[in-house]
Design a binder for this molecule. Structure first.
Ligand code: SF4
Length: 208
């Protein structure tokens, strides 16, 4: 899902002129999309930011954004521990990333960790998915309401949310146009997919 999210973040920031660089030592903005499923993930984020700080020691500081589930779960603590981080953005707030970048002023640290899942997908559904892999990812739902003892997902991705059926089909058709031959439907709990449109309701089997 982070791979899908990273691609969608890229589809978004391209609209304000931020393009991928081939030279990682020459970036204006450095975004690290993190996963919290293993205990070591948080420390890996700090290691990576340490490397970036060293690489940019004699250069203009890039805007440093930590995204993903580590950001959601540990954001506050991360900004305190590593002042080189400028922004924390949780997985359900990616639709606000362009504003964050455009309003950046080197002074104010910020954290966006609300569970705005519906707004996020409303926003992303208006932006074309440019993925052109033969095997592509497609998020159909996010979050989980099960709260298993060992799992962080309900706290990082929030409650279950299923995307509108028609929007998923539209994105799937677009990915097929881009060359996809195989689509992997993504979700924290894909079996929970349920979308009601008037009197009609859709489940995972309908999507498949
Ligand atoms: S059902 Fe899966 S995602 Fe949901 S809390 Fe349990 S392990 Fe985590």
């Amino acid at each position: 899902m982070n791979e899908y999210d990273s691609n969608r973040i890229y589809d978004t920031v391209k609209n304000i002129g931020y393009l991928k660089t081939k030279n990682h030592l020459d970036a204006d903005c450095y975004l690290l999309n993190s996963c919290h499923i293993r205990d070591k993930s948080k420390e890996k984020v700090f290691d990576e930011i340490g490397r970036v700080r060293k690489n940019y020691k004699n250069k203009k500081k890039p805007i440093v954004i930590i995204a993903g589930c580590v950001a959601q779960a540990e954001g506050n603590e991360m900004i305190k521990r590593e002042p080189y981080i400028d922004f924390i953005i949780g997985p359900q707030s990616y639709h606000k990333i362009n504003k964050i970048i455009q309003n950046y002023n080197f002074k104010k640290k910020d954290e966006l960790t609300e569970f705005d899942t519906e707004d996020k997908f409303n926003y992303l559904d208006k932006i074309k998915n440019n993925d052109s892999n033969v095997s592509s990812f497609l998020t159909i739902q996010e979050g989980c309401d099960k709260f298993c003892n060992f799992c962080v997902v309900p706290y990082t991705r929030g409650p279950e949310f299923s995307r509108p059926f028609k929007n998923i089909i539209k994105e799937a058709e677009n990915l097929v146009k881009n060359g996809a031959k195989e689509l992997t439907l993504l979700g924290q709990n894909v079996n929970a997919y349920f979308y009601k449109d008037g009197t009609k309701s859709y489940r995972l089997s309908d999507l498949i």
